[in-house]
Design a protein around this ligand. Structure first.
Ligand SMILES: Cc1ncc(COP(=O)(O)O)c(C=O)c1O
Length: 414
């Protein structure tokens, strides 16, 4: 391994981050898919669960709402929002469904998507479009992007007189690109078009301020880059758009005349522990870096930049996009690859990587090609990426598609 990369292991930072997570199996360079929660927080969640389960009635009847509201306030403070505009959902998928199922979209209306949209979101939208008679229009946003301005222009070029809602990633899934959401939202607002921002990857990867972004709707996961336990995310709805928004799972509090956040206060009996752990997760993680969350974000971004540069040099590839267009994860286009195993069982790439190459690299699909997506969080350091060039080369040899034509320089490594 080249000294220039592994020799630089995050000098000057507190040692031993890795030991704060219980991570079994091979090295995890795919934090972005499912996140990972530090041991201290999982222990706290387990204690909280045991406490609740020792007297469930006491938990429900004496203070569950106050506790959940306090946790919501902790989330709101972190994302630059008012508590009454911020509700808990289980995940970004629920945040997305809550909004698209609530809006009175119908014949003559158009919903605008980009081709970077999370792969599972077009299906529920297509179902609603068919049922309610609205149109879905998808605009291509170039990958690799050259500038935030180019992304904004692509989105705006697809607006029509019928566009009612635009669905825009903050940080896209398969391509890991940071979209200039504030600028896109402002431009769409001027055209009278509301935006739903899919910020599944944003909390903990980039600073957030809901008031500054100004989107009608924004959802973000807590379990990815914030490292909270699974089943916690937020949905933020701007005050002037709250009237229509109802929970997808509705109970007695979901009365249209109730304030927005109250409609979400009871959705049936559930496990509240993940939600209740979010403020502690935010402060615990912040305590791990001398500069708190801004320090974590910078540290992870810097590691991502160094790792990308190392991989590009080793694989003889061009750096695909400017450094400020990705956060703590980045992608490299690998061209079309063939994974028959994936066709048999979608999502099977994980087991291919882990079993065949003993590595948890992640290959996402975008517009007919595979993208290597690499994540960098506190528990990672340079050593975790040392084997990646060899893994990628082996994988590309083993799974090269007949139609693939890797760039000249990369071809010479295969
Ligand atoms: C951009 C994006 N949106 C939404 C989701 C869905 O997140 P969840 O499974 O937590 O609902 C993901 C998942 O990785 C994602 O990458």
């Amino acid at each position: 391994m080249k000294e220039s990369f592994s020799g630089k292991t995050n000098r000057g930072e507190p040692a031993g981050y890795r030991s704060l997570w219980d991570l079994s199996g091979s090295i995890n360079v795919n934090h972005g898919s499912f996140g990972a929660t530090p041991r201290v927080i999982l222990e706290k969640q387990a204690r909280l669960g045991a406490d609740i389960n020792s007297n469930r009635e006491a938990f429900i009847w004496s203070g569950v709402h106050e506790k959940v509201t306090a946790a919501r306030a902790g989330v709101a403070a972190f994302i630059g929002a008012d508590t009454e505009d911020t509700v808990f959902v289980d995940n970004a998928t629920e945040g997305f469904n809550t909004v698209i199922r609530s809006l009175p979209l119908g014949p003559g209306d158009e919903v605008l998507l980009t081709d970077h949209i999370y792969a599972n979101f077009p299906a529920p939208l297509a179902y609603l479009a068919k049922r309610q008679g609205f149109e879905v229009r998808t605009v291509a946003v170039p990958y690799p992007p050259q500038s935030p301005e180019q992304i904004k222009k692509s989105v705006l070029s697809a607006v029509t007189g019928k566009t009612k809602l635009a669905i825009i990633d903050h940080i896209s899934s398969a391509t890991a690109v940071i979209f200039p959401v504030k600028e896109i939202v402002a431009a769409l607002n001027e055209c009278g078009i509301d935006t739903f921002v899919d910020g599944a990857h944003a909390p903990g990867q980039v600073p957030l301020n809901m008031k500054d972004i100004g989107a009608a709707y924004y959802t973000g996961n807590h379990h990815k880059w914030l490292c909270a336990p699974w089943s916690s995310a937020f949905l933020h709805v701007r005050k002037d758009r709250q009237e229509d928004i109802m929970p997808v799972v509705a109970s007695g509090w979901a009365k249209p005349e109730n304030p927005f956040a109250e409609r979400f206060a009871w959705q049936g009996t559930r496990d509240f522990t993940a939600r209740l752990c979010v403020p502690d997760t935010i402060s615990y993680m912040a305590s791990l870096h001398p500069a708190g969350w801004p320090g974590i974000m910078k540290r992870n971004h810097d590691l991502a930049v160094r790792t990308r540069d190392f991989l590009c040099a080793e694989l003889k590839m061009q750096k695909p996009c400017p450094e400020d267009m990705f956060g703590s994860m980045f992608t490299l286009p690998l061209g079309p690859l063939e994974f028959p195993e994936e066709k048999e069982r979608p999502g099977n790439l994980y087991s291919i990587f882990e079993k065949k190459y003993d590595h948890r690299a992640y290959a996402a699909q975008f517009n007919g090609q595979h993208m290597l997506r690499v994540s960098c969080h506190l528990y990672n350091d340079e050593k975790d990426y040392e084997r990646l060039p060899d893994v990628v080369c082996r994988m590309m040899k083993d799974h090269r598609s007949v139609s693939s034509n890797p760039s000249g320089a990369l071809r010479s490594r295969l």
